[in-house]
Design a protein around this ligand. Sequence first.
Ligand code: CMC
Length: 377
Amino acid sequence: MSEVSKGLENVFIKTTSLTYIDGEAGILRYGGYDINDLVENCEYEEIIHLMLFGDLPSASQLQKIKEKTNESYNVPYQVFEVLEKLPHDADAVGMLETAFSMLSSFYNYPWKKDENKWRAIEIIAKTSTLVSNIYRIKEGMKPRLPEPSDSYARTFLETAFSRRPSDEEVKAMNATLIIYADHEVPASTTAALVTASTLSDMYSCMVSALAALKGPLHGGAAEATFEQLKEIGDQSKVEEWFDKKIIKEKNRLMGFGHRVYKTYDPRAKIFKKYAEEIAKTPEAKKYLRIATKLEELGIKHFAEKRIYPNVDFYSGIVFYSLGFPEYMYTTLFALSRVLGWLAHIIEYVEEQHRLIRPRALYVGPIKRDFVPLKYRE
Ligand code: CMC
């Protein structure tokens, strides 16, 4: 026991039947199904069933998932009251952490095998209510409970914007939800697993996961990537910006690189396609042009180090085109990823449970004689 794996690289913390990643070939599958097929053909609710119950649902199983989400959107009014009292410029992820932490005091359910998966669906529904209302509150609108519809994606957009979204917007939102739904055990899922391993409640696990997601090296990268596009400002400035910021100043190119993928992240390709479809305004098209040029330069410069665009490179343009401000990007990631967090902690607690308690290799002084304060220099 004398090797430290820095960043826990290549350490297997659990087995899983949820998500398969081939980082060399750029392949991502949920339960054996290719991510491209799922995004093209499924509703997010089908992925909820796949992740929690192990299979794509039949029509009647899908109906049951939809009924359960539709009846679970309510959250206690005290949560809205607290969110409304936070400063106007409160961080959106911080607001979601606050809300989850409040819900852990309302719904502090113990783990029970015949209830866990249905509790998870309740959390997924309530996350939609929370994220849409964080947007509303920050934009000065009154909080409102969602009105159930035929789709989770549609209900979310309708609640946030108080208007009927177009079919194209629902399609893009649904794709976003599926693309981000799970990614094996990144930092946020690992944080949730550590908390779940103590048998803490599911909402507390979501708080842990969110805290880890927030950082710019993980879920915060979508916002940071979009910031880059804004900073560059115009397609004609990309080369100059890249030369100064990335080559000379050696800053990280946000939206590039991944611990597991050593080639193009397949999710980045799907987001690019949706960005191209949904970027309609001159401003959105401008960001798309900047991103496309930046991608070209990034690949030219970094391909040798096997650093390629990741999921967050184009997602911001989709979020922007849907009408969300940058401060919402990480919460939109979380809205989808709660599914992966919950599916992994349930898989772990129900099938493989053991307290997660690693060791730290001590490298300090072995033994020292104690010196009373008055004799210390
Ligand atoms: N720009 C410039 N250099 C990079 C980048 C990048 N985006 N990513 C990795 N590198 C370099 C890094 O400087 C280091 O170089 P050297 O060996 O010369 O010191 C080498 O690649 C290895 O870096 P690392 O940080 O040890 O590698 P990692 O496996 O921990 O990297 C990462 C993963 C995501 C932290 C990193 O690629 C990164 O910081 N990317 C930018 C932030 C980002 O886009 N994050 C989203 C990740 S995907 C979605 C998600 O997880 O939420």
